[in-house]
Structure formats: C-alpha cells, structure tokens
Design a protein around this ligand. Structure first.
Ligand code: HDE
Length: 714
C-alpha cells in the first residue's frame, strides 16, 4: 500500500525514493482513506454503537427531546454543517480519474518526470461550467473548465485550463469585475448559468479586449455534446525546460481523440429540463461501461528567440497562436478510466492551482497567469477551511511531503521531532533542500532577466483586440456563422437596456465583421455601421485571415464511436431488426437504446420479449445522436398514434439528426410531417441504409438541413 505522503519517517537518504509512482499510485494512496460500511455496526463519531437510530431521547413518549441525547445532537450537528462554500467560479463540475502516458517526443522539451518516455502518471480531471451555481445545468452557453491534476513522481502538476484557448480579459486585476458582470445579477440573482443579461453585455461591450473570447462563447463550442468531444487549452503561454536548462515557450492543447462535436442551441436549452446532468451523466455511464475518454496532450512550441516573430504578443491571453503558424506537437495521451467513489470527497474537495508546477515546467509573464498564481490558493483557504486542505486525500501528491509548515485548523499530520525550522542541527538538518538537476532536482525558476520600471500600464503589444476575432469568424463554416448570428441575436434580446444592445451592434461587432454586425443589427432593428469604427491599433493587422483548425467541423471524427442511438419501438416491433441494429451499432463503437412508450417488456413480432431501456420521454431525442425506427406494423402504428412518438422524430429532424427507418416505419416519418432525404433514410432492411447512416452520423449532424430546420414547429 502506498504510504501517506505526509508521514514523518525521516531517512538519511539524499532523495525520497521509497514511494510508488505507478499508474495506480494515486489510487493506492486513496485506498487508505476509503471507507466501506458493509458488515459494520452503526456508531457515533466517537465510536459508540447506536441501538436506536429512529427515536430521539424524550421526557416521556410525547414529551420534549432531552439535551442529554448525544446521539441525536451529534447527528444533527454534523448534518447542519455539511455544506462548504461552492467555488466562486466553476462551481458546477464533474470529475474522473485517469492516466497520462508520455510519448517519446516529450522528453526532448521538458525534464519533468511526467514527460519521460512511456511514463505513466495518474491524473484527476474536473470539467466545469463557469457561471452557474453547483446545482445549475450542464448544457448552458458557457466556457467549460478542463482542470487536470497530474500526480507526478516529482509532485503535483496542475494544468488548469478551459475548453477555449483565449480569455475575456488581459490582466487579472479585471477578473473580479468580469466575474461580477457575468454572474447572476446581484439584486435578484437572475439569470442562472447564462450570459444573456445586461451586466454581462454591459461589461464586455465596454471592454473590447473581450471581443475574441465572447465570439468563441457565441459559437456552438459553448455547449459541448460530451466532455469527450471537447478540446482543452492551457490558454496562457507557459514554458517547458529541458535537461540542459533550455527553456521554450509552449501553449498546451488537449485534442480529443473522439473529435470535436457540440450540441446546438435549441437542443442545449431543452436539455436543461430534460436532463440537467446530461454531460456528467454521460461521462459517468461511459466510464462505467468501459468506454473511456481519451485526449492527446500537445504543445505548440516556440523557441525563446522567436518570441517576437508573431503579429501578436504571445503573453496576451486573448490571443491564440494559429496552428498553421506553429503546429501542435503531441506529448502524450490521457485516458479517463475510473469514476470517483465520492463526489464531495473527491470532485468537490479537489483544489487545482496553476501555481502547482514541477521542475521542467515554468510560468511566463502573462499578466493573467501571474494573477492566477495568487488567486487559487487564496480562494481555497476559505472554501476548504484553512491551509491544511493539501492533506485532503484527493489533493495529496504521491510523493512524500516534508517541510516546516505546521499547525492550523484540522491538521492531520503528526509531525515528529523538535525542529520545525531550517537550518537546524537538532533533527539532523532534515528536511533538506535539493539542488536543481536534470533529474529529481529541486525546482529552479527560469533565469529570465527582468530590467524595467515599475509601471501600471498595458503593453502596446496588447492593443490589438479584433484581428483574431476576425480570424475566428472567417474560419467558421456557413452553418457555424449562422449559429453565431443567432446566438448574438438571442443573447442581446435578453438585454433590457437599448444602449447596451446598440453598443454591441454598433461598436463591437462591426470591428469583427461588418456582415456579422449587419445581420445581428437587422434582427434588432438597429443599424450597423458600414465601416469598422475602432481605431487602427485595436483592429490590429493579423497576417493570417483564415485558420481551418478553428472550425468545429475541422475535427469531425468521421466514425460513430460513442454515439447514442435511439431505437424507437412498441409492441409488435421486429425483434430481429432491433437485434441487428444493436449489433451493427456496437460493432461501430456506438450504443443503441430501445426506447418505447412504456417500460413494460415489449412483445416482438416474432412472439419474443424485449426489455426497453427507457420511455420516449425518459431518453428524449435531445439526449440521443440519431434515431432508427425498425419495422413491425403494430409497433409503427402505436408510435404513429403517440404524440411523443411523432415528436421524437420532429425534434430529431429539427436538431439535424440522422433518422433511419426500416420498411413500413417510413409511415411514422410521414405521420410526423418530416421530409424524406437530407439525412432521413428508409430501406427495406437494416443493411439497406446502414452505410449511409454511418457516414451521415460520422459528420455528427446533417448540416445541409440547417437552413430549413426552423420551419419545424417542434
Ligand atoms: Fe480560474 N479560478 N481564474 N481561470 N479557473 C478558479 O479557483 C481566476 C482563468 C479555471 O475544477 C478559482 O479553486 C483568476 C483562466 C478552472 O476546481 C479562482 C483568473 C482559466 C477553474 C480562479 C482566472 C481558468 C478555475 C475558483 C484571471 C483557463 C476550476 C475556485 C486571472 C486557463 C478548477 C478555485 C476546478 C477556478 C481565479 C482565469 C480556469 C477564483 C483570478 C484564464 C478550470 O481562484
């Protein structure tokens, strides 16, 4: 069993080496804290067995409860104190354990143990939304947090990133303003989990540096279909330091091996009601089913001497480095393969901090990153109740931890010895410093020369606020552009003050693209200017006008792995077809769910019995990626006469999903008033459509249907 990293047994060795750093090392470290009640007696917190957990101690059967009842008092007292403050941002999250395995290439750039060729490092990843409360919805229009704790053999490295590569502001001093503006408004705490309100648009329309990131959040990236289909980014420029001490600038990327696919807005909104836990539930179920989530970690690597060769400042967190200018070098692969045992103990109590780095990784002077280095520990003191939260099992490194930090609330470690200071000659001089080294060394900051005046100002190199927003806009497909126009239109429709809407349409959007401003303006009856109003330095002059990698469509997987497909069925369904559909789907790595009017076992056409997985309103079409309706005339008739059956197809059609029917199931399409063609398939056998079904679903949706989708009343 792995040792408790806080255990105090000193050795005379120069380095701590007696610890386990296998893939499972974090799991083994957690094992000692796991508690399983099976076979155990019910006891109080001080260990006394409880004889009656149903009745408090009273003065007579109908009398008052007695103060003396320690069993009652302790139980209520603990319950009354169960809650801790939720995160000020990123309150709603879901997490999973995994493992990161380094590729051979990685160790060329960093001496960190996590990047040693083939090295396996346990990880714990928490995905989150930003704006909403802990109990809000998963599929809101928002940024997603993508925070990874690597339990490396040299200490924890936290890569606390997002699913979008840029941020709203350039300097951390504006973070409280930004968060106050985006959070529910202070007078009535409305709206929850959304940016569609006055204070958000007021702030961002007064802060042109936010234009690029706001544009990302108006795209369909703002509601990922699954965590597994989401990119991740470290956002800031960091440094990797190799064994020779050479430092290079890097931007970290998580590339999902499943490709990138998102929800669309109407679907995302409906999911708030149909399944507010949509993303977390899917990740949980997929992991339980062995369908693990996988990403490649990559880095865009920039030699120090190339720092100034770009037409933007690489320290500006509102900028990307286009992948066409610096390609992403893969460094390793992460697989999320184990659900937490306990949400509170692990997902809620985990504390990420961008300041947690290890030798071989370093910061840059990005002013947003610099501010973050202060903020996380500070907020965690309040949230987790003092400085000893590093001892909470999920936060412990797999390395031993020895230093002279002592005491405070809830200290668990029993530090032996008398000398809680260094240097000392009483406890043999332990614990001792470790000099920096190519391997197993102490942390050494990159020896960057900083020679400057103290100044409270923004660098001129941060003045360009629009050229990359324009680059993003130009890189979207027509469908993506339409969705962005619809998003600005919708969001601004929720803004009550006309001058804020006007400011966005007349002073921000035209600087990104005149046509974007015109279209959104048209939908609001506000005239957009015909020339870009911002000063030349804010418009910038991005040398690159298009970056295909910025389109979600650039990484459509082409296959149907992990897709969830509804198989609509009622009594009389052709059972053989159901089985054939299911097995063909699973051969492609997708999953079929039999969805029926009720949960009663279905009688199939051939006289067999089939257990439904869910009811029509239990797994509605918004929770599925595609729909197949097998034949069997009684089944088709039953679905036709059900409002929910027809609605299933209408909604799926509206959301651009592939719909396939076998034989007489075509009647359901007609009854639902859904047009054939454009991803609505029919054949006499499952084989007859399955190839087309796979190629359409491999594109995630039937994009060619987008222009007419709004004609469907569903
Ligand atoms: Fe955070 N951020 N942040 N942030 N952030 C927090 O720390 C902060 C920023 C991110 O799953 C807080 O423990 C400042 C960028 C994630 O537990 C807090 C600034 C990026 C998470 C905080 C930023 C992030 C947080 C709240 C501007 C992407 C959730 C609770 C300088 C690169 C981690 C907590 C989890 C959480 C501060 C901007 C990512 C208040 C001051 C940029 C994924 O400390």
């Amino acid at each position: 069993m792995a040792r408790n990293p806080y255990s105090t047994s000193n050795t005379d060795e120069a380095h701590d080496t007696d610890f386990n750093t296998s893939e499972r090392s974090k799991d083994e470290n957690l094992t000692r804290y796991r508690s399983d009640a099976e076979g155990h007696d019910l006891r109080t917190n001080h260990g006394a067995r409880i004889a009656d957990n149903h009745n408090s101690l009273k003065a007579g059967e109908r009398g008052p409860t007695l103060m003396e009842d320690f069993v009652f008092r302790e139980k209520l007292n603990h319950f009354d104190n169960e809650r801790i403050p939720e995160r000020i941002v990123h309150a709603r999250g879901a997490a999973a354990h995994g493992v990161f395995e380094a590729y051979p290439e990685a160790e060329k750039y960093s001496k960190a143990a996590v990047f040693r060729n083939g090295k396996q490092t346990p990880t714990f990843v928490r995905f989150s939304t930003v704006q909403g409360a802990r109990g809000s919805n998963d599929t809101v229009r928002d940024v997603r947090g993508f925070a990874t704790k690597f339990y490396t053999e040299e200490g924890n490295w936290d890569l606390v990133g997002n699913d979008m590569p840029v941020f709203f502001i350039q300097d951390a001093i504006k973070f409280p303003d930004f968060v106050h503006a985006v959070k529910p408004e202070p007078h009535n705490e409305i709206p929850q989990g959304q940016s569609a309100h006055d204070t958000f648009w007021d702030f961002v329309s007064l802060m042109p540096e936010s234009a690029h990131m706001v544009l990302w959040t108006m795209s369909d990236r703002a509601f990922p279909r699954s965590y597994r289909s989401m990119e991740g980014f470290g956002v800031h420029t960091f440094r990797l330091v190799d064994r020779q001490g050479k430092s290079r600038f890097v931007k970290f990327h998580w590339k999902p091996l499943a490709g990138t696919w998102s929800l669309i807005w109407d679907e995302a909104q409906l999911l708030w009601g149909r399944d507010p836990d949509f993303n977390r539930r899917e990740m949980w179920n997929d992991i339980e089913n062995g369908d693990y989530l996988e990403w490649e970690l990559g880095a865009q690597i920039v030699e120090e001497e190339d720092e100034h060769k770009f037409d933007f400042d690489i320290l500006d967190p509102t900028k990307i480095i286009p992948e066409e200018q610096v390609p992403v070098t893969p460094l390793g692969k992460m697989t999320l393969n184990r659900n937490p045992d306990n949400y509170f103990a692990e997902t809620e109590q985990v504390a990420y901090n961008p300041a947690h780095i290890v030798p071989g990784i370093d910061f840059t002077n990005d002013p947003l990153l610099q501010g973050r280095l202060f903020s996380y520990l500070d907020t965690q003191m309040l949230r987790l109740g003092g400085p000893n939260f590093q001892e909470i099992p999920i936060n412990q490194p797999v390395t031993p931890v020895h230093n002279n930090q002592r005491d405070s609330m809830h200290r668990q470690t029993i530090n032996k010895g008398q000398a809680a200071y260094e240097p000392n000659s009483i406890d043999g001089g332990w614990p001792r410093e470790t000099p920096a080294a190519p391997e197993n060394g102490g942390f050494e900051t990159v020896n960057e020369r900083v020679d400057a005046h103290k100044i409270r100002a923004r660098s001129n190199s941060f003045a360009d606020h629009y050229s990359q927003a324009t680059l993003f806009w130009n890189s979207q497909t027509e469908v993506e552009k339409e969705h962005i126009i619809a998003a600005y239109t919708f969001e601004l429709s929720k803004v009550e003050r006309p001058w804020i809407r006007e400011r966005v349409i007349q002073q921000i959007l035209p600087n990104i693209d005149l046509e974007l401003a015109r279209r959104v303006g048209e939908n609001h009856g506000i005239e957009a200017p015909t020339e870009k109003p911002a000063p030349a330095e804010e418009l910038g002059q991005g040398a690159q006008t298009e970056s295909p990698a910025l389109s979600l469509m650039a990484r459509l997987p082409g296959n149907i792995r992990y897709r969830k497909v509804a198989i609509l069925a009622a009594n009389g369904v052709d059972g053989e077809q159901v089985e054939s559909i299911r097995s063909k789907l699973s051969a492609e790595g997708a999953r079929g769910f039999v969805i029926a009017p009720s949960m009663a076992p279905l009688k199939t056409k051939g006289g067999g019995s089939l257990a439904p997985d869910a009811m029509l309103n239990g797994l509605p079409s918004v929770t599925m990626d595609a729909v197949i309706v097998p034949g069997g005339s009684d089944s088709v008739e039953a679905l036709k006469s059900s409002g929910l059956g027809q609605y299933y197809l209408q909604e799926a059609w509206k959301h651009l999903k592939v719909i396939a029917t076998v034989g007489e199931a075509k009647d359901l399409i007609e009854a639902a008033n859904v047009e054939m063609g454009d991803g609505v398939l029919n054949a006499d056998s499952v084989d007859g459509f399955f190839g087309d079904f796979v190629s359409s679903l491999g594109q995630h949706r039937v994009w060619s249907r987008d222009a007419k989708a709004n004609s469907m009343p569903a």
